[in-house]
Design a protein around this ligand. Structure first.
Ligand SMILES: [Zn+2]
Length: 393
């Protein structure tokens, strides 16, 4: 049994409690949350700081961990993708070692669950050990070429079938992004996944050329496709933002995580929320700064009561894999976002998005959410630059 206390306990499901004790069994399941005066101080593990539920990271590409520092910052998405495509191949040993290290970094920083994009089976051995709850998003793209859709789908399914699910983990097929998935591929993905109660994700509204492609069939993606010898003759501009193409072709009965959203407006959020009540918005602020030097407008998400979650993206587009570092970036550049709101994004919203809120996301009796100690939050609930987080249960 563990009896842990700190200056504050933030259950997320209810208001912060001063000087409370969280009592868990040896498996980490919460048995009670009680006032400190009911306990002999000598029986307690006492910390300075605040206790929060384990973090849920809703967007990563663990299989790209070996490319840390390889792709330049600040170039924009298209040069970034080109860098990934041309540099990702290396030896299986190097890839496996980097995955192992990246998983350990996340565990040490308090992450208890991960929504992870896979194109290849490289991460499956690590995931099968079940050191955290994983949702593997087996990601498909056919570069809008319906002539290649069947092969894309068959190859993807071959990888999907190699996933070994540890207890509590899940998987689904997902579309990569509006600019890389044909209508036919969306249909095949929808037909394959369960009709409801499953999570899918899609990269969304990440770079201005994505919008230009859908609005006018112009811009950087035409050059990008041309360079790889891919014809867009069959593609027609929709005259609307890329998110509307996604909404037209995705299944509103599934939980859908829209990822990045750096160009997403209030109107887009409202349209998605009218389309489905199961809509989530993963923000990866450090990756957005790494790739595009741009952040989403979080006020649009606050004003629309959007369910935001937090992702780290991969070590190819980030300096570390830390949910606390993502929260610090939000606090630094858009400091009107309250700490309590960011904490909800980092825990409960992420757990709901992945369908893992049965055990994770809040400090509530019966759950095994992991307990994280955050130090470096000021008395007026501002996250300081030097704040640190570590797992204590
Ligand atoms: Zn991504």
């Amino acid at each position: 049994m563990h009896k842990i206390t700190a200056d504050w306990v933030c259950p997320v499901s209810s208001k912060p409690l001063e000087n409370a004790v969280v009592i868990t069994d040896d498996s980490g399941q919460i048995l009670a949350i009680e006032p400190r005066e009911k306990h002999d101080p000598a029986s307690l593990e006492t910390h300075r700081g605040i206790l929060v539920p384990g973090f849920v990271n809703t967007h990563c590409h663990l299989e790209l961990s070996h490319m840390k520092g390889k792709v330049d910052t600040g170039t924009g998405l298209i040069p970034f993708i080109t860098g990934v495509v041309t540099q990702r191949n290396t030896s299986a040993e190097v890839i496996a070692e980097a995955i192992e290290k990246a998983e350990q970094e996340m565990l040490d920083g308090g992450i208890v669950a991960l929504g992870d994009i896979s194109n290849a089976p490289d991460t499956f051995a690590a995931k099968a050990r079940g050191r955290m709850r994983y949702h593997t998003f087996l990601e498909l793209f056919d570069f809008l070429q319906e002539a290649g859709t069947e092969k894309t789908f068959a190859d993807g399914l071959g990888v999907y079938e190699q996933i070994e699910l540890a207890p509590g983990s899940a998987r689904s097929l997902v579309p990569h992004a509006p600019y890389s998935v044909s209508k036919k591929l969306f249909e095949k993905i929808n037909a394959f996944n369960p009709k409801s109660n499953i999570t899918v994700s899609i990269h969304n509204q990440e770079t201005p050329p994505e919008e230009t492609l859908f609005l006018e069939k112009k811009g950087g993606f035409l050059d990008f496709y041309g360079k790889f010898g891919i014809s867009l003759d069959q593609f027609e501009a929709t005259g609307k933002s890329s998110i509307y193409y996604a909404l037209t072709h995705m299944n509103p009965e599934n939980r859908s995580i829209f990822v990045h959203n750096t160009l997403t407006s209030r109107a887009h959020i409202e349209a998605a929320q009218a389309w489905s009540p199961h809509t989530f918005w993963a923000t990866c602020p450090n990756a957005n700064l790494y790739i595009e030097n741009r952040l989403p407008d979080y006020s649009a998400f606050l004003d629309t009561q959007a369910r935001v979650t937090i992702g780290t993206d991969s070590l190819t587009s980030n300096w570390q894999l830390s949910i606390l570092e993502e929260m610090k970036t939000i606090a630094r550049y858009q400091s009107y976002v309250p700490f309590a709101t960011m904490l909800r994004w980092a825990t409960l919203n992420g757990a709901q998005a992945l369908g893992f809120d049965d055990t994770l996301g809040t400090l509530e009796i019966g759950k095994t959410p992991g307990i994280v100690l955050i130090q470096g939050v000021s008395p007026d609930w501002k996250l300081r630059g030097e704040a640190m987080a570590r797992r204590v249960v």
